[in-house]
Design a binder for this molecule. Structure first.
Ligand code: FCB
Length: 447
């Protein structure tokens, strides 16, 4: 199989560049009623008719809760250096305020299993599975949730300490806040602009409050946050389209990144929508803008926008462009542009890890093989885009493919397959796809 990442590529030459695979607890674990786990907002959302395609739920997912050793062997056999996983808050917390040691034991075994296999553990503390009992008290609209997150982060890092080499507080607060509370697409399914922005603030506050405690328990680990970006491009050169694209980036990208790096929400959003701005207490912004050891960047696609009729911007679907099976445009140049743009805008930009990137390619198993050519091309193009950003001077230190294996794709249920490894949900048989074998060959030939 051809290795289309150029030979001189920085990614392959630098032996400290980390290649990983990523997953998230609710998407793979299954066993939603075992080990003392309490229900999460995603269990509730899945049980609400019409919210998740096909009425799919977190069961059985990949049954990783029982098969984790086999899954770690798989990561090792594919040659990856690191595994980015998430810890399920509902496996650790309990409504009475106590902590579920069984849950902590599970993640401790997982981390030790990674270290035994010489795989670097990268843990995310919150990948969207808020305990339902906290949502019942207002969820991310309630400022108290930020403090409850801090207690949870304290428990986890106290137990796992430096054995986890990279901790991310949150995965994609844009999705938790905006898809969950502003647009109603994800759990808990609320639809209100102001609630979306308030949730965003409390998520960022939770991040900032937790960081010092995490550093105290794991002083040798790297501590950061993972954000998602879908950069907007104007539909035409018209001033109105250019303005719509620029505003979309302020609201969707910089509203999350800028407070972390400068302690301020973007002026463009504050000026245009003062009525949506979150309630902040004095000192909140300093808490949010603490030093980050790394920024995790998740990237899948771009948006092409124009002004909406009642909205500030709306995405328009481009005709005749390459798309993945979920319908997202394939546009790798946007990844390079995004990273280079961050370097230009932010003086305090920390080292970057691409913490998620990948494609839905629903190719089936035929004669024991999966020819996921679309995914393979997608990876090759995006690794090239990362390499180009490094060549342009951006400090990028790692890349995690989303995902190790097919899994529960949120509101899309099991209909979209993002894995390097195919999962048969009936038999739980795992079959590495062509893209997985390509990664393995590339990783084994690194100098
Ligand atoms: C990201 C999520 C991840 C996965 C991919 C496809 O937004 O972080 O869990 O669902 O999209």
């Amino acid at each position: 199989m051809s290795n289309s990442i150029p030979k001189g590529s920085t990614l392959l030459r630098r032996n400290d560049f980390l290649f990983g695979v990523a997953t998230a607890s609710f998407q793979i674990e299954g066993a939603t009623d075992l080990g003392g786990r309490v229900p999460s907002i995603w269990d509730t959302f899945c049980a609400t008719p019409g919210k998740v395609l096909g009425g799919d739920t977190g069961m059985p997912a990949c049954d990783h809760f029982h098969r984790w050793q086999q899954d770690l062997d798989l990561i090792k056999s594919l040659g990856f250096d690191a595994y980015r996983f998430s810890i399920a808050w509902p496996r650790i917390a309990s409504e009475s305020g106590g902590w579920n040691q069984q849950g902590l034991d599970f993640y401790e075994r997982l981390v030790d299993g990674l270290l035994e296999r010489d795989i670097v553990p990268m843990a995310t503390l919150y990948h969207w599975d808020l305990p339902q009992f906290l949502e019942d008290r207002g969820g991310w609209i309630n400022r108290d949730t930020s403090y409850r997150f801090t207690d949870y982060a304290d428990q986890v890092t106290r137990r796992l300490g430096d054995r986890v080499r990279y901790y991310a507080t949150l995965n994609e607060p844009w999705c938790s806040a905006f898809l969950g509370y502003r647009l109603g697409i994800h759990a808990p399914g609320l639809k209100d602009h102001q609630l979306g922005f308030q949730a965003a603030h409390h998520l960022l506050l939770a991040h900032g409050l937790a960081l010092p405690i995490m550093r105290e328990h794991a002083p040798g680990a790297q501590h950061g946050i993972v954000l998602n970006f879908t950069p907007a491009y104007p539909a035409t050169e018209s001033a109105a389209d250019v303005d719509a694209a620029s505003y979309s980036d302020e609201e969707n990208s910089h509203f999350f990144l800028q407070p972390l790096l400068t302690g301020q929400y973007p002026a463009a959003v504050q000026e245009r929508h003062p009525e949506w701005m979150p309630r902040c207490y004095p000192g909140d912004m300093e808490i949010i803008a603490q030093h980050l050891d790394f920024l995790g960047v998740n990237f899948y696609t771009r948006a092409v926008v124009e002004p909406g009729i009642t909205e500030d911007y709306q995405s328009i679907k481009q005709a005749d462009v390459a798309r993945t099976d979920i319908g997202w445009e394939i546009y790798p140049q946007a990844l390079t542009d995004l990273l280079v743009g961050f370097k230009e805008r932010y003086k305090r930009l920390p080292p970057i890890y691409i913490t998620e990137n990948g494609a839905a390619d629903n190719s089936p198993v035929v004669d024991g093989e999966v020819s996921d050519r679309l995914r393979l091309n997608y990876y090759q193009q995006h690794l090239q885009a990362v390499d180009n950003a490094i060549a342009a001077g951006v400090d990028i230190r790692g890349y995690c493919a989303w995902s190790l294996m097919d899994n529960f794709e949120w509101a899309e249920g099991y209909s979209q397959r993002f894995g390097l490894v195919h999962v048969d949900y009936e038999t739980q048989v795992r079959t590495p796809k062509m893209s997985a074998n390509w990664f393995r060959d590339m990783l084994y030939t690194r100098s």
